[in-house]
Design a protein around this ligand. Structure first.
Ligand SMILES: Cc1cc2nc3c(=O)[nH]c(=O)nc-3n(C[C@H](O)[C@H](O)[C@H](O)COP(=O)(O)O)c2cc1C
Length: 189
């Protein structure tokens, strides 16, 4: 199973819509489950010292059990959004769990923006996080979606046919990469 997370909590998020399209267009043999960063609190070391919040523990376990992770990222101020990184930062705690949760996990990146850059800079900023967590990024195809407000209809369905083709080929390539890089099954904790 591939776990997809969009880095926006907005009801009409373009990135959440892109993630839904990726799930719809993924090969049947590589189902995508959609997770959310909603409910993840701001990271606070004192909160961590008391107990890992339930929403964090739950999402962390879903990542640990996933065969692949798809990060669908907005771009804020030419970098990655703090709300999204905050969620991943929480999942990386305590640090002794990083290997179990993220280690060798195949990861794909895509993103949508009304801007012209298509989230190139946000996706590039994610690479140092991906490296630090010991994941395996897939570089077989880029998926940058500029002018994204025109690609989806009012209900957030991907209606741009060319883009549907690009998402389909991205998900097909990423699914193959995930299959070739399967992690050993983790014991649930
Ligand atoms: C604080 C902030 C900074 C932004 N900076 C950028 C940027 O650097 N590049 C860009 O393409 N879009 C930028 N945007 C516009 C976002 O791409 C746009 O709001 C997008 O719809 C957010 O993703 P979502 O639709 O999934 O919520 C910024 C938006 C916010 C709120």
């Amino acid at each position: 199973m591939i776990l997809g997370i969009a880095g926006s909590m907005r009801q009409k998020s373009l990135n959440a819509a892109l993630l839904r399209a990726a799930a719809e267009l993924a090969p049947a043999a590589a189902p995508v489950e959609i997770a959310s960063i909603r409910g993840i609190p701001l990271y606070d070391g004192d909160v961590e010292a008391a107990a890992i919040p339930d929403a964090v523990a739950e999402l962390k376990e879903r990542v640990a059990q996933a065969d692949g992770l798809l990060l669908v990222t907005p771009e804020y101020n030419q970098s990655l959004p703090g709300v999204f990184k905050n969620a991943i930062d929480w999942l990386s705690r305590p640090a002794r769990d990083i290997r179990r949760v993220f280690g060798d996990c195949p990861v794909g990146l895509m993103g949508a923006t009304p801007g012209l850059g298509g989230t190139r800079l946000a996706q590039t900023a994610w690479l140092s996080v991906v490296r630090t967590l010991g994941m395996r990024p897939w570089f077989g195809q880029n998926l940058f979606v500029p002018n994204a407000q025109h690609a989806f209809d009012e209900e957030g369905r991907l209606v741009d046919e060319k883009l549907r083709g690009l998402v389909t080929s991205y998900m097909s390539g990423f699914a193959t990469f995930v299959e070739l890089n399967r992690r050993p099954k983790k014991a649930q904790i």
